[in-house]
Design a binder for this molecule. Structure first.
Ligand code: ZEM
Length: 281
């Protein structure tokens, strides 16, 4: 026992939580026929991304450390609309494993078998909430994307890699105001976002909602103005073409860049153990 603790019955345990076990518990709650396309996976990825994407490399504020989205005002930022359900869904895992921080839990919930993951994020207080406006605005184009992602420390290629996450999930009129999925397999991680972007003809959706695009043929798939800017911009487009052709390269690069995103704002010594998780199937 640690003599500095004073209190008699407290024996400090330095035992690491069993992260593979927690990863498996998260995997067990993903499937749900009452949620969207049948999986909580996409909204968990969005939760982790919005927690991390507040990072500002100049002031070293924001980032995936802290899990400050639990608190107002960050929980009420427009970009975070709809993420409360994801946070609540993960409460059952937190209850079973109180030793894991919320910030580690959220980043773990976005993990995949090929994405390196390092624990050790510490939760912070409401005072550490970042100001509104740090996450990208879907109605804007490439120069806005550069402003936002350069601030986090990413380059053009990394912006295109990260946007490939839009293979997953969908837009919800009651959350962002936009509507529809980017691909026809929104619960599967593929390079489909790039393939659709290049392969379909995109026309403005005729509706009262915010300006977005739908595929001309069926009208069932969608693109945000920010997504389309990735093929309108001369520096972004070659990366879109590269990842549309080579899914293995996309998976490899996504794992590295998503890991970098998840590390933003997390103090590290460089000696940390890196985890890779096994999927059940
Ligand atoms: Zn998204 N994203 N995102 N994104 N995102 C939405 C949904 C999802 C942008 C954006 O405005 C929106 C990244 C980058 C960018 C995911 C992951 C990642 C939605 C729809 C919008 C409007 C929200 C809704 O209505 O539910 C913009 C402008 C981005 C700049 C490039 C990055 C980076 C991501 C992860 C690496 C995911 C998985 C979803 C789907 C969520 C769901 O609930 O299905």
């Amino acid at each position: 026992a640690n003599p500095e603790l004073g209190a008699k019955n407290i024996v400090p345990t330095n035992k690491e939580p069993d992260y593979q076990k927690i990863y498996d518990q998260i995997a067990d709650v993903l499937e749900d026929n009452d949620w969207d396309d049948g999986s909580w996976g996409p909204v968990f990825v969005r939760l982790a991304w919005h927690a991390a994407g507040t990072y500002d490399k100049n002031t070293k504020t924001g980032g995936s450390n802290g899990a400050t989205m639990r608190f107002s005002p960050e929980s009420d930022h427009g970009a975070n609309a709809g993420l409360k359900a994801a946070r609540e869904k993960l409460e059952s895992i937190k209850k079973k494993n109180p030793e894991i921080s919320y910030s580690d839990l959220w980043s773990l919930a976005a993990g995949g078998p090929k994405i390196p993951w390092i624990p050790g994020r510490k939760d912070d207080e409401a005072a550490a909430c970042t100001p509104d406006g740090r996450l990208p605005d879907a109605s804007k184009g490439s120069s806005h994307l550069r402003d936002i992602f350069y601030r986090m420390g990413f380059d053009d290629r990394e912006i295109v890699v990260l946007a490939g996450a839009h293979a997953l999930g969908r837009c919800h009129p009651d959350r962002s105001g936009f509507d529809g999925p980017w691909t026809s397999s929104p619960t599967m991680f593929t390079n489909g976002f790039y393939q659709e972007l290049l392969g379909k003809k995109w026309v403005e959706k005729k509706w009262k909602g915010p300006k977005q695009f739908v595929d001309k043929e069926t009208g069932e798939l969608m693109m945000l103005p920010a997504d389309l800017s990735l093929i309108q911009d001369k520096a972004f487009k070659p990366h879109v073409e590269k990842y549309a052709k080579d899914e293995e390269l996309f998976f490899k690069d996504f794992a590295a860049v998503f890991h970098k995103l998840e590390e933003l704002g997390v103090p590290r010594t460089g000696d940390e153990k890196v985890y890779y998780f096994k999927t059940k199937d």
